[in-house]
Design a protein. Sequence first.
Length: 335
Amino acid sequence: MDKVRIAVLGCGRIGQMHAKNINLHEKTQLSCVYDINSEFANKVATDFNVPAVNNDQEIFSNPDIDAILISSATNTHIEFIEKSVAAKKPVLCEKPIDLDIKLVNECADRLKGNTVPIQLGFNRRFDPGHQSAKQSLIDGEIGDLHQCIITSRDPGLPSWEYLQGSGGQFRDMTIHDFDLARFMLGEEPIKVFAISNALINPKIKTELNDSDTLMIIMETKSGKQCHINNSRSASYGYDQRVELFGSEGMTISENRKPHEVRKFNADYVDKQAPLLNFFIERYQEAYMHEITAFAEVVINKTNPSVDFEDGRKALVLAETAYKSIQSGKMESIDN
Ligand SMILES: NC(=O)c1ccc[n+]([C@@H]2O[C@H](COP(=O)([O-])OP(=O)(O)OC[C@H]3O[C@@H](n4cnc5c(N)ncnc54)[C@H](O)[C@@H]3O)[C@@H](O)[C@H]2O)c1
């Protein structure tokens, strides 16, 4: 296989970026695109000179398509994963699998025995900084891991419309951090305690029963500790840091800036450029490496390093965090 021929389902915000990356990548080729809104599909099709098909079945039944990337609305993911598996086409599906853990568990049951690769779109695992932090742990540079601290703050509140359909901050936003925590800890959290509030816009709590600011602590069976903090609005930009603290040292995966210029004068010292704004810029390399990993899965017929079960387990952690919010207590994981 020269290049993996990939069809993109869903041409919204993240689908457009994936289409661009697939088109640029040396190991992949954009085959065609589909979106229920033909205007979005036609735009991407025109940009990359590929066909926009009229329905998803044209993709699943096409023998010239090797693999599928699902970047449509969350409530379509399960249907498209199952159609990809039925068509024996490896699939890279955006997070989350679904917002409803019951539907995800039912899907997992139906997928038992499936051998078609399903990669989950937890792009942060592929970030060079986060990967290097994990590698320093594997290489023994910081000894035994004791604590993992994840800070993830968005640069500003999304639209009210987005918040209404997001499924809640833990399932929509923290889901990435739950996955990153599992990745860094190298073992499953067994206890979760969470607090949350709407400190940026109180209506998020009173009208949507949701939060914009939260903190979580988790513990693994061997006693490793993890702390996640999220805000939907950091005035200084997209704040993405991971700190690993161990018996022999500490590793920090830092924020990214567009360049490293530092300015000094009588009014300030060490003035630096603002942080790269938001996920498409900050995680640009991670999204590209995610495509590399997927292409290698398809070409080498291997299992993805991050798969359906990782998506399900991240959602289980989100559900446990909601349980903790309700009870006000530390909750045990119910897998
Ligand atoms: N990994 C990440 O960093 C990341 C970032 C953003 C979004 N996401 C996830 O990606 C998915 C898409 O998010 P987005 O921000 O691009 O949303 P979006 O609303 O911009 O795009 C979703 C697209 O899906 C299309 N769509 C809806 N139903 C469809 C159907 N049945 N068939 C085909 N297309 C359909 C919509 O018309 C729209 O164009 C969500 O699941 C979201 O959680 C992941």
